[in-house]
Design a protein around this ligand. Structure first.
Ligand code: ATP
Length: 293
């Protein structure tokens, strides 16, 4: 195969809990994560030379060595002792540094795509293990479905996809550094932990109302304290009729759940003028339609 494309979908956190700070400095996390229909497009072109190159249509993304998709290709090449190369082209639709794991998903889609382009026949599990060396969210993004993630996010237990619904996302103009938010988190001062088990049960029983009820993220108050705009957006979304609203990951993107497309459209229109980056997409929850060729 000489050329192929992969979808790299964004993730949202239905829950994010931090249990304790580990001796290695990372937090022990427990998160329910799922996949939404907002995606980057990764085009991979076979190169017979032993070289990896990368271009993206985004002015703010690292173009080469620092790009997570480039790192993924180099790591896979080295692990599998591949002597030829690839050109990676990224069409960026997922906002950067937004709490939607866009970089991790680009890396994961690159691994999945190269597995086919280079005919490596690795399992998703093997790709996820390689991806874990690039970032904690990459294993989740390799599978790109719905899962309970533990550890730093790399230990995954698969969960049923959420009931069908719409996700309206609003991102403030600034990005957020995940490291900065975790630096400000004091686990012993967390006022309320998300009900992770109840969220899992909501998914297992395919219960939209319960899924809405049990959304929770311990990083939300931390990010809101530093970036009050996040709270203003959340309040607006509630006021404009969202069934439930939560910040994803370390933020600053806030998402609202609604059941029907007309509600999603109304919410988007209400947020216009208040927030520049607003998207309405379907909940996906399951990896499907990933391949674009
Ligand atoms: P997470 O939720 O996993 O913390 P995020 O959505 O907050 O991720 P990303 O969009 O993945 O953040 O970007 C985080 C950092 O990674 C940015 O500083 C960005 O410059 C860098 N980065 C490297 N490669 C990519 C890529 N392909 N897409 C997006 N960001 C990338």
């Amino acid at each position: 195969m000489l050329y192929l494309s992969e979808k790299a979908p964004a993730k949202i956190n239905l829950t994010l809990d931090a249990k304790f700070k580990r001796t290695d400095g990372y937090h022990e996390l427990e998160m329910v994560m799922t996949t939404i229909d907002l995606y980057d497009r990764i085009d991979l072109m076979f190169r017979s030379e032993n070289k990896v190159s990368l271009m993206s249509d985004s002015g703010i993304l690292p173009q080469a060595e620092k790009n997570l998709a480039y790192k993924a290709a180099m790591l896979l090449k080295q692990k599998m002792n591949i002597k030829y190369g690839v050109h990676i082209q990224i069409q960026k639709n997922i906002p950067v540094a937004a709490g939607l794991a866009g970089g991790s998903s680009d890396a994961a889609a690159t691994l999945r795509g190269l597995n086919r382009l280079w005919d490596l026949r690795l399992t998703d599990q093997a790709l996820a293990e390689i991806g874990a060396e690039i970032g904690s969210d990459v294993p989740f993004c390799v599978h790109a479905d719905t899962a309970l993630a533990k550890g730093r996010g790399e230990k995954l237990i698969s969960l049923p996809a959420p009931p069908p619904c719409w996700v309206v996302l609003a991102k403030p103009t600034h990005g957020v550094s995940t490291a900065e938010i975790f630096d400000h988190l004091k686990v012993e001062q967390i006022a309320s932990h998300p009900a992770t088990d109840e969220m899992i049960y909501a998914l297992q029983s395919y219960d939209y109302d319960k899924m809405c009820k049990y959304l929770g993220n311990v990083l939300e108050p931390v990010t809101m304290e530093i970036y009050p705009e996040v709270k203003r957006i959340k309040d607006k979304m509630k006021q404009f009729g969202a069934d439930s609203v939560l910040m994803s990951g370390s933020g600053p993107t806030v998402f609202a759940l609604v059941q029907y497309e007309n509600q999603a459209k109304r919410l988007v229109n209400s947020l216009r003028g208040f927030c520049n980056h607003v998207y309405a997409v379907r909940m996906l929850g399951k990896r499907r339609d990933q391949v674009l060729d």
